[in-house]
Ligand binder design. Structure first.
Ligand code: C2E
Ligand code: MG
Ligand code: MG
Length: 565
């Protein structure tokens, strides 16, 4: 891989000659050109040591032939025999015509005759050789992504760096990504996925004929564009989105975009890091799929860094807490407390109460969510037992599982262990798994969940309606409860379409013979609509916000009082 900083770095030249006078003379000739750094050797053996040490950043070797200890000929032979060193260009320094020929046969690329009386020729030869070598370097790896015709990532960054160092124009960095591309692939096949990538690449290519810039498909579904600042990035995104919409009337493709505007002194690699961060900020946000990196985002990044650093000690220092939000059975009158969801809270010493909305996705992305989750599971299991012992009342509690939890081979053992060590029944610790997790790593996911379910755990599919499960996928899925995504509830009072959607979901649930929890219920009006539609359970601010255990206990006490009546 071509190092991104290679362009700016001075070129390293090794001068090998046993005469100090010659070494100094060459150095002063080449010093005219400011882009060089020098190292020196007095004989072939020293030269070999330095070449090995600097093999990755050495641009050229200027090699005398007649030297004590190890001659230049022997150096040439040794280099040629070494896979790693054989491509390092060597120019020989010699006074004898006969030796020149022999050296070229041994793999030297050029020669400089002694004494060094035409400095300009020497400078040109060295410079040309180095340029040739760099060119070769570039061409060796494939330049274009065969699918889209855009640059492959190595070349892209190489050329972007050249633009950055050599052009007087300023360039912005754009990252474009496809939402849920793996799902698009899984549901429609690879050929369709390829078609999507090709089409988007094609539109980017057309765009680049209209402005100065270059583009790459960096990884599966991520496109990087380095181009002159555009007046309207939303228009650019919409233009590519419109083109993607032409692929198939049956599949919706959603694009999102992050932009890092030019700033002096910020090299392309860092620009694209920031554009990517901006792009991931709008993941899943179909209403606002464009994000431009700004000061707020820089602060956000610093904050994220802080949270990542602080997480490991947070659990020990008792900064992590578990709140409980009740779920009520609304088909009874009055509604009855049926279970609760455990929701993590972080009471950060400086930042105050941090909401999981801001750190759960962060930790999921960084593979650290397992730390949070196992803490919450342990705490929830302990709490179920504490309330059972205290009130002789068993309140089932659901905990959230992240995608990465399900991939963890120790998951099942850990959960079983928790249940058994607290002497609970399996059904009292419910597991919430978000819908999109099912569609992603489908087979493995289904195997693990089936196993858990066969042990007696109840499985709730969280955020139902936000993923892409089709009806026939659903009927195969091992679930006990659908948790309807909050977005369906928000406007049911005003919006006829949403009301119909909700009733459709309730129909699906009846067909699957699973119960439904409606999340995010805030008003009496919403509650009544759901009750009339025969929705079983409701979770939302209408009944209660998530509460610390001490306050939640009052709901349990109330419930016990109702039971006694
Ligand atoms: P979720 O699992 O879908 O949890 C429901 C979220 O909706 C909670 O937000 C809850 O406070 C909020 N909510 C409940 N009723 C209402 C309402 O009536 N109106 C409104 N506007 N919001 C309501 P919270 O606690 O901020 O959690 C957000 C998400 O963070 C959760 O969504 C879940 O995906 C994740 N999360 C929370 N705790 C954990 C955890 O321990 N582990 C993992 N992996 N994820 C967690
Ligand atoms: Mg949940
Ligand atoms: Mg939910």
């Amino acid at each position: 891989m071509i190092n991104s900083s290679e362009m700016e770095r001075p070129k390293l030249v090794l001068i090998v000659d046993d005469q100090e006078l010659n070494r100094d003379a060459l150095e002063s000739i080449l010093e005219e050109d400011e882009g060089y750094n020098f190292i020196f050797a007095e004989n072939g053996k020293e030269a070999m040591d330095l070449i090995r040490e600097h093999q990755n950043d050495l641009s050229i070797v200027l090699l005398d032939l007649i030297m004590p200890v190890m001659t230049g000929f022997e150096v040439l032979k040794a280099l040629r025999a070494d896979e790693q060193l054989k491509d390092i260009p060597v120019i020989v320094l010699t006074a004898e015509k006969q030796a020149e020929l022999e050296a070229l046969d041994l793999g030297a690329v050029d020669f400089i005759t002694k004494p060094f009386d035409v400095p300009d020729v020497i400078v040109k030869r060295v410079d040309r050789m180095i340029k040739l070598r760099e060119g070769q370097h570039l061409i060796r790896s494939a330049e274009k992504d065969p699918l889209t015709g855009l640059y492959s990532s190595n070349f892209f960054f190489e050329y972007a760096n050249r633009l950055y160092t050599n052009s007087s124009e300023k360039h912005d960095a754009i990252v474009l990504n496809i939402e849920q591309f793996h799902t698009v692939n899984a549901l429609n096949g690879r050929d369709f996925g390829d078609e999507v990538l090709r089409t988007i690449g094609d539109e980017i290519g057309i765009f680049l004929t209209e402005t100065e810039g270059l583009a790459s498909r960096i990884e599966a579904d991520r496109f990087d564009i380095y181009c002159l600042p555009q007046p309207d990035y939303l228009a650019l995104l919409e233009r590519i989105q419109d083109r993607a919409n032409t692929i198939s009337p049956n599949v919706s493709i959603h694009l999102r975009m992050g932009v890092k505007p030019y700033r002096e002194g910020v090299a392309p690699v860092l620009m694209f890091d920031r554009a990517r961060a901006a792009c991931s900020m709008v993941r899943g946000n179909y209403q606002k799929p464009l994000m431009i990196y700004d000061e707020d985002m820089r602060m956000q990044e610093l904050l994220n860094q802080r949270l990542l650093n602080d997480l490991r000690t947070a659990a020990e220092k008792r900064q992590l807490m578990v709140f409980y939000q009740p779920k009520y059975d609304i088909q009874c009158e009055p509604p009855r407390l049926s279970s609760a969801e455990a929701l993590v809270r972080w009471n950060h010493p400086e930042m105050g109460l941090v909401s999981p909305g801001s750190f759960v996705p962060l930790f999921e992305g960084n593979g650290l969510i397992g730390i949070v989750d196992s803490f919450v599971w342990q705490e929830a299991a302990r709490q179920i037992r504490e309330w059972r012992d205290k009130y002789h009342f068993t309140l089932p509690v659901s905990v959230n599982l992240s995608r990465s939890d399900v991939m963890d081979p120790t998951l099942i053992d850990r959960l079983v262990n928790l249940v058994e060590s607290n002497n609970l029944e399996f059904r009292t610790l419910k597991l919430e798994v978000t819908e999109s997790a099912y569609t992603e790593n489908a087979q493995h996911m289904l195997d693990v969940i089936r196993k858990l379910r066969s042990l007696g755990f109840e499985i709730e599919m969280d955020d139902f309606g936000s993923g892409y499960s089709s009806l026939n996928m659903l009927s195969d899925m091992p679930i006990d409860v659908l948790k309807m995504d909050m977005k369906f509830i928000r406007n049911i009072e005003e919006n006829e379409t949403d009301r119909r959607l909700v009733s459709l979901i309730l129909d699906i649930a009846r067909y699957l013979k699973v119960s439904v929890v409606a999340e995010g219920v805030e008003t009496k009006g919403q509650l009544e609509i759901l009750r009339a539609g025969e929705c079983d359970l409701v979770q939302g601010y209408y009944f209660s916000k998530p509460l610390p255990p001490g306050e939640f206990e009052k709901l349990i006490q109330k419930e016990i009082a109702i039971e006694r009546n």
